[in-house]
Design a binder for this molecule. Structure first.
Ligand SMILES: NC(=O)c1ccc[n+]([C@@H]2O[C@H](COP(=O)([O-])OP(=O)(O)OC[C@H]3O[C@@H](n4cnc5c(N)ncnc54)[C@H](O)[C@@H]3O)[C@@H](O)[C@H]2O)c1
Length: 258
């Protein structure tokens, strides 16, 4: 068993997918600042420069190219983490896509099956793939925090993303509930963070007036910031969330209330 326990004072290693920019980058920064050794992964080679920029904040930062839709790459994930891998304790499934065409979603009636499959394979099956490969080490350590980035689109009807995106994020919510039940006796919690509209490249891929129009309907009156999502992830990664599993935390400025 690893030396990492909740009493040892050693911060567990955190692995983040889709960490090269936006929300994943902000999560990486926050977990590094909180003292975690961090394995930052992304399908984009820009992950290396992104990680390099954060190394001043904490000495133990590894970067690796990882496409969550590539089963072979994911099966080799343990090799990416080197010395940090045996102390893996926090997994943040953040990588995701939300295709647009000239700034618009495609309605179901017009959607290519290939696009549907690509979104489900990246967002939902990618979360399953990475989680399954990480589980043996979390179970061996008898400690783990799995944090899945879903979306307001998993919780209610939203106008901007397509049906594939909403279905994939709702699917992650269902997967998370089942995992939370299966893993509770292994000392592993599984929770979702559901952002509303957050400033990132993903939300720039729409007509220029769209975000300003949407912000008018958000009670807090603006889009969220990636670091505001990262703060919620940091809470779920910490000991303060010990008795919380199988839930979703909405980060949406009051845009959707349940
Ligand atoms: N920005 C928002 O308003 C918002 C709202 C709700 C949920 N989310 C979710 O938050 C997560 C991060 O979104 P973001 O806004 O930072 O998006 P982004 O597009 O700015 O960044 C996504 C990152 O994921 C990476 N990625 C994409 N496909 C990948 C794959 N197959 N394998 C590995 N990496 C891959 C990209 O290279 C990129 O670095 C996504 O899951 C997204 O669905 C975002």
């Amino acid at each position: 068993m690893s030396t990492m326990t909740e009493h040892s004072g050693i911060k567990p290693t955190a692995l983040i997918t889709g960490a090269a920019q936006g929300i994943g980058l902000a999560i990486s920064k926050r977990l590094i600042q909180d003292g975690h050794p961090v394995i930052m992964t992304d399908r984009s080679p820009t992950i290396h420069a992104a990680g390099q920029a954060l190394r001043a904040l904490g000495p133990q930062v590894i970067t690796a190219e990882l496409d969550v839709s590539d089963t072979e790459q994911v099966l080799a994930i343990a090799e990416l983490g080197g010395d940090l891998w045996p102390n893996l304790g926090v997994l943040v499934n953040n990588a995701g896509i939300s295709p647009k065409h000239q700034g618009q979603k495609k309605k179901v009636v017009d959607m290519d099956l290939a696009e549907w499959v690509r979104v489900i394979d990246t967002n939902l099956t990618g979360t399953f793939r990475v989680t399954q490969v990480c589980l043996p080490v979390l179970i061996a350590n008898r400690w783990g925090r799995i944090i899945n980035i879903t979306s307001q689109a998993a919780r209610t009807r939203t106008p901007v993303p397509g049906a594939h995106y909403s279905a994939s994020k709702a699917g992650i919510t269902g997967l998370s509930r089942i995992l939370a039940g299966e893993l509770a006796n292994d000392g592993i919690t599984v929770n979702c963070v559901a952002p509303g509209r957050i400033e990132s490249e993903m939300t720039q891929a729409v007509a220029s007036h769209t975000n300003a129009d949407l912000a008018k309907h958000i009670p807090i009156g603006r889009l969220g910031l990636p670091q505001e999502v990262a703060a919620a992830v940091a809470f779920f990664a910490s000991l303060d969330s010990n008795y919380i599993t199988g839930t979703t935390l909405d980060i949406n400025g009051g845009n959707f209330m349940l």
